[in-house]
Unconditional design. Structure first.
Length: 430
RNA sequence: GUGGCUGUAGCUCAGUUGGCAGAGCACCGGGUUGUGGUCCCGGUUGUCGUGGGUUCAAUUCCCAUCAGUCACCCCA
């Protein structure tokens, strides 16, 4: 009685078999292409980092509860990266003296968080990270927002399927300070209440606010402020508006890229002004798809230089839920375009030569590895998705000919072997 | 970390007044020797998630545990 190891992947992690991988590759290929079209260049980095880089700025929840940590043989405390932003900030700091700012960088990496798996959330996810470093200009925001819409369009999404909700912590702070009258030391806690605004009943929010020292009148002003549109910004002092990149966007021609929403807060502590989240409009995925923001100080963890960053992370789990919900997932790609089948084992080397010719011409071509009856082999070729089979039989071959069968419509023609690539090119073109 | 639901062949599932397990699909082979997608025939596959308990006997009842799933917390 043998005891085998489990075949299931570790909880919250996923195997990607070729069929799923094909779908993923197609989707990500579209995204990479759009990102690179904006002039972003790809980087990568280690999955292990010093645990400290997350404990400083990522937020208590992540550092205390969701970090995979380990101690190496030298006693160093390490963590599996739960997100990429601290890593890229580290790389920027390390290479700041040789980079020409601003830089546009992107990556696609796996990140780990120790969480309880459920819809939209696993323990290892694959996240695309897109960041601009070295510019305070609101043009960073505009460029990234435009990029996001292009990325969504590239995978088939239309603007009615999702919404890009944007806020600015500078504006939020201004509202809390100057309109609601929240003391500076309570801003963060009140922000956390706002983060939960859409999920909690009003009584709960009121109770939380009261506990933080807000009067009923203040809570009323908070409610009104959070319901208001961008006209509210007129009530804020000039110096607050001055410090906000978003305020300038909301009054300019790029305004229609985003929806201003004072409820967007985000948990990462390192965000300093603009914050945004993309939401699926379908109620089946009632959570944010992905998001990002502006962080002025993160590079400062590693260096005296102050290099601002602005960017976002897009995780695969929520993205694929979105694509699935909207029927936007592509079909897996066929394993091969063409299968070359010898009807007798003695014709294997001849088939190999024909296959080689087709591969030289760029076709994905496979040969059976085990001898089988022709009918079986054609059936197998069909199931793998090949649209064409080339059949080598002794009679045809002795006169320099082969049979080419179109599996889509069953048409078959016997042609001279020298013409195989041009004939198939013609066949595949429609 | 908290709570609800679920756990039988590779997949989707059926299977109780407790008696040593089934279907469809998939996979493999055959229906005469070089022609698939339909049809017919045959075959492989399960410690009934795991460990205990009750019982003459448990897939079926009880407990625990693990896993999946949904919600909460939080977030991507």
């Amino acid at each position: 009685m043998s005891q085998h190891l489990p075949t299931a992947p570790y909880r919250g992690t996923r195997d990607f078999l070729p069929r799923e991988m094909s779908v993923r590759q197609q989707v990500f290929h579209h995204l990479y292409e759009v990102i690179e079209r904006y002039g972003f260049v790809r980087y990568d980095g280690p999955v292990l980092e010093a645990a400290e880089i997350y404990e400083a700025k990522s937020g208590r929840e992540i550092a205390d509860l969701q970090l995979y940590t380990l101690t190496d043989r030298g006693g160093r405390r390490l963590a599996l990266r739960p997100e990429m932003t601290p890593s890229v900030a580290r790389m920027i700091a390390a290479n700041a003296n040789s980079l020409q700012f601003p830089v546009r960088w992107y990556s696609h990496v796996n990140c780990h968080r120790y969480e309880r798996p459920q819809r939209g959330r696993v323990r290892e996810h694959w996240q695309i990270n897109v960041d601009v470093f070295g510019s305070e200009s609101p043009r960073c925001e505009v460029e990234i927002f435009e990029l996001i819409h292009d990325m969504m369009a590239s995978v088939g999404a239309t603007r009615d399927m999702y919404v890009l909700r944007v806020n600015d912590r500078v504006l939020l702070e201004g509202i809390l300070t100057h309109i609601v009258g929240v003391p500076a030391e309570r801003i963060r806690q009140v922000s956390a209440v706002i983060d939960r605004w859409e999920k909690y009943p009003r009584e709960q929010l009121l109770a939380d606010a009261t506990e933080l020292g807000l009067t009923d009148a203040q809570f009323g002003r908070l409610e009104d402020a959070l319901k208001a549109d961008e006209s509210l910004l007129a009530n804020l002092p000039d110096d607050v508006i001055e410090r906000s990149q978003l305020a300038r966007i909301l009054t300019g021609p790029a305004k229609d890229l985003v929806t201003y929403d004072p409820l967007i807060v985000r948990a990462f502590e390192y965000y300093t002004s603009t914050v945004f989240e993309v939401f699926d409009r379908d109620p089946a995925n009632n959570r944010s798809l992905f998001g990002g923001g502006r962080y002025s100080d993160l590079v400062g963890l590693f260096s005296d230089r102050c290099i601002p960053g602005f960017g976002f992370g897009m995780g695969d789990v929520t993205l694929f839920d979105f694509l699935n919900t909207h029927g936007l997932l592509p079909q897996p790609r066929a394993e091969a375009d063409i299968v070359v089948i010898p009807t007798q084992d003695t014709l294997y080397d001849a088939a190999r030569a024909v296959a080689h010719q087709l591969r030289q011409a760029g076709w994905r071509t496979s040969l059976p590895l085990e001898p089988r009856k022709l009918g079986k082999e054609i059936g197998r070729a069909d199931k793998t998705g090949a649209r064409t089979v080339v059949i080598l039989g002794p009679d045809d071959w002795s006169t320099g000919k082969i049979a080419v069968r179109n599996l889509t419509n069953g048409d078959q023609r016997t042609i001279e072997v020298q013409k195989v690539t041009s004939y198939i090119a013609e066949l595949m073109s429609h």
